[in-house]
Design a protein around this ligand. Structure first.
Ligand SMILES: *Cc1c(COP(=O)(O)O)cnc(C)c1O
Length: 434
């Protein structure tokens, strides 16, 4: 390979990607866009450094400013979630979950979580996949946990409390993993904690998706509802850098979590991302409530508008959603794979997703029956209810009217012309600058 041409190709691909996203509707529910200040921190010299250990107990020199920033990041997270302890070192949500497994369980222990088909995440998966082949997920394959499933009520798109309680009594888990990747509604945390707690199980809530909504007071606060710990990604609804964190009020468990992270899981912990997280946390403290309100209200507006345009939107009898997500059942519109590709050609970026009833009707993860839409990023670009109605019409034109997607791509580009900057930040700037 000619290194000079590869070098140019990488740089030009970054630029092409930037231009594409600058004229698209980025609606992947697990994504967001960060502010110019957060991106400045990501590009800073912090990203060249090491600071192993805990603030005040480092095993490297040269960390005095890094220590200041990491202390601020912890204090800000504690203030946002009104919590006693925060570890901001996990480099992602998966690593945050792994720190919980490492700190609070032993290999062979039972952990209960939702299966991926019902909104669970790969980090909660078992040793092997469905046919006993390959790696199933982090809990089983990495920590050696015995994964049993939480029961799900497909109709209400939520945990089935009665059945789950029976399974808790049967399997006697060490740890419950609540939360999930497909999450439309708050979960019955209190009810699960009551039973699991009485049997000596700990409850972690994986808030990877909803951390920004919790921060803004617009979604259940799992620790206020009795969960022992909460893990999260800091880049989904929490609009910071790609990173992770763990919070708890339990000092004894926190001590174990700290040790799980170092020396267990981390050597360097992405100090540039820690600095970026501190900045995003300032933005969340200041603007988080208005942002989270706008996100939830946009998700509702989009769901109702899509329903009006003729789409089958999941959970109609419950008002469709109370989070940043909207789920479409596109089984009769060509399936998730085809719909995702058509929308992509129209510059609308979403992901296909398994719906709880997909396996029963013969669909698989390759061509599932659902599309999962997220509105966090377009909300951060400043869009509101009027835009949600316009966007629903664009979906109809692409997927129901079968109009030429390249024609819709132009309409998307025009719509985006008025939404170029990142809102809910101290220094507004271009959203897709680099
Ligand atoms: C996204 C996600 C994670 C972790 O994601 P990272 O990419 O590792 O930050 C963990 N749990 C759930 C439920 C998720 O949706």
């Amino acid at each position: 390979m000619d290194p000079r041409s590869a070098y140019k190709e990488v740089l030009s691909s970054i630029e092409e990607h930037r231009k594409w996203f600058d004229s698209s509707l980025p609606m992947i529910a697990s994504e967001n866009v960060s502010s110019p200040a957060v991106r400045r921190a990501i590009a800073s010299d912090f990203g060249h450094r090491y600071a192993e250990g805990w603030v005040g107990e480092r095993v490297y020199a040269g960390t005095k400013y890094i220590d200041k920033v990491e202390s601020l990041a912890m204090d800000l997270i504690k203030e946002i979630y009104h919590i006693r302890f925060a570890d901001v070192r996990p480099i992602s949500g998966v690593v945050a979950n792994l720190s919980i497994y490492t700190a609070l369980t032993q290999p062979g222990d039972v952990v209960m979580a939702l299966p991926i088909t019902k909104g669970g995440h790969i980090s909660m998966g078992p040793l092997t996949g469905s046919k006993g082949q390959f790696i199933g997920g982090t809990a089983g394959a990495v920590r050696g946990l015995n994964v049993r499933y939480i029961a799900f009520d497909d109709e209400n798109m939520n945990i089935d409390v009665d059945k789950t309680i029976k399974r808790i009594e049967k399997y006697n888990p060490k740890l419950m993993m609540l939360g999930g990747s497909v999450i439309l509604f708050p979960q019955p945390v209190k009810e699960i904690v009551e039973v699991a707690g009485s049997m000596g199980a700990l409850v972690n809530y994986d808030a990877a998706h909803v951390a920004g909504l919790i921060a803004g007071g617009q979604f259940q606060h799992p620790i206020d509802e009795g969960a022992d710990t909460m893990t999260f990604s800091t880049h989904k609804t929490f609009f910071g850098p790609q990173h992770g964190a763990v919070i708890t009020n339990n000092e004894e468990k926190f001590d174990l979590i700290k040790r799980a992270n170092f020396p267990g899981l981390l050597s360097n912990h992405h100090l540039h991302a820690v600095a970026a997280l501190a900045i995003a946390a300032c933005e969340i403290l200041n603007f988080g409530k208005n942002y989270a309100k706008a996100v939830v209200s946009n998700a509702k507006a989009l769901a109702y508008a899509l329903h009006d345009e003729g789409f089958k939107v999941v959970a109609e009898h419950l008002g469709f959603t109370k989070s940043h997500q909207v789920l479409l059942d596109v089984d009769e519109v060509g399936g998730g794979y085809k719909c995702e590709k058509l929308l992509e050609q129209a510059n609308i970026i979403v992901n296909r997703n398994l719906l709880p009833w997909d396996i029963k009707r013969g669909r698989t993860f390759k061509d599932p029956g659902g599309l999962r839409l997220g509105v966090a990023e377009i909300t951060r670009l400043g869009m509101g209810g009027d835009e949600m109605k316009l966007i629903a019409k664009l979906y109809r034109k692409v997927l129901l009217d079968k109009e030429d997607p390249s024609k819709i791509a132009k309409e998307v580009r025009d719509l985006r012309k008025n939404f170029r900057t990142v809102k809910y930040t101290f220094e507004e700037g271009l959203a897709y600058e680099h």
